[in-house]
Design a protein around this ligand. Sequence first.
Ligand SMILES: [Zn+2]
Length: 343
Amino acid sequence: MANDQTLTATAEPQPTGLDLLATLWRPGEAVPIWIKQPGGRLLPVEAGQRLDEVLATAVTDHAGRLGVFHGVNPVTSDGRIIRLAALWAALNIRPGALDEPIDAWTVAARLSDMLDATPAFVIDTGDAIYPYWPIHHYPLRTSQERGRASAVLARWGRLVAQAARDHDIDAERLDNVYDLTRALPIPANPAAIQGQGGRSITAIKVFATLNKYGESELPGDRRLTLDPVVSQYGRWHPDPCHCGALQAILANIMRGSPLPGMSRHYWAGRHALRLAVARRVGCISERGLDEAEPVLQARLYELRAHESPLRPDEATELLHWALDTVSRWSNERVAEEHHCITG
Ligand SMILES: [Zn+2]
């Protein structure tokens, strides 16, 4: 399949990140864009900034990856997801999971077979591939519809695992990155974007495929009920109060560990939320977050034990999730979660 697609791609104009995004959003909609900061966190780009300029000025990281990420699904100005724009897979190539690029491509091809649909695009960053199957029309108007769409993505994530198992790949070691607010990278190198020619699939086809392969809804799949953003990360207090909150949280991260029965990921998520709350109230600075991120990642590495391999960006992703989550909390909820030591 890859060879055929390469031949096709040479005959057509090379697609860019803008072409990918143009398949995900429609006129009048916004897809959120973030720029990766030197410490690793994703800072939202202000609405109205021109994306081509953002792409032109963004820097690449040590691995040559562009530090720009996009949401898959369009949002309103207050951060509500309004449409399920695509199915995607994030197939990271690393030992113990998908060992070689061919393994990732094999899983993507199996998913295409299951959906009976070619992806519109495949992003190939060298260390991961991301196939996208745009969905023709799947609006989300109510929290019930968003809950149901969350369940669709949870079921889709299990179908990705099934596709891996079909090829004797240890599906337990795949990344579970199937939620409505997912951010994925826009590659620096246009050659990393492969137009595959796939057309949009219908929502009916998505449901039919999940049903056909036995991936039904499980309790907890409708976990996501997104509140609107009330305080946008990126506009939080620039000046920290130096009350020692950062040192206190870092000490807990470095010395702490999950309680019996608690997952490492959940434990780290609680600390990420504490950091995000302290950031929102101004008790820690952006540099404080820069400092905390590698500490959290290092502690996760220590705690890994015999569990699944650590994702290189696990702490970055957790902090991104925590900052988004806390941006949707009321001032009262934030105040309950954090009491400034000097305040
Ligand atoms: Zn403080």
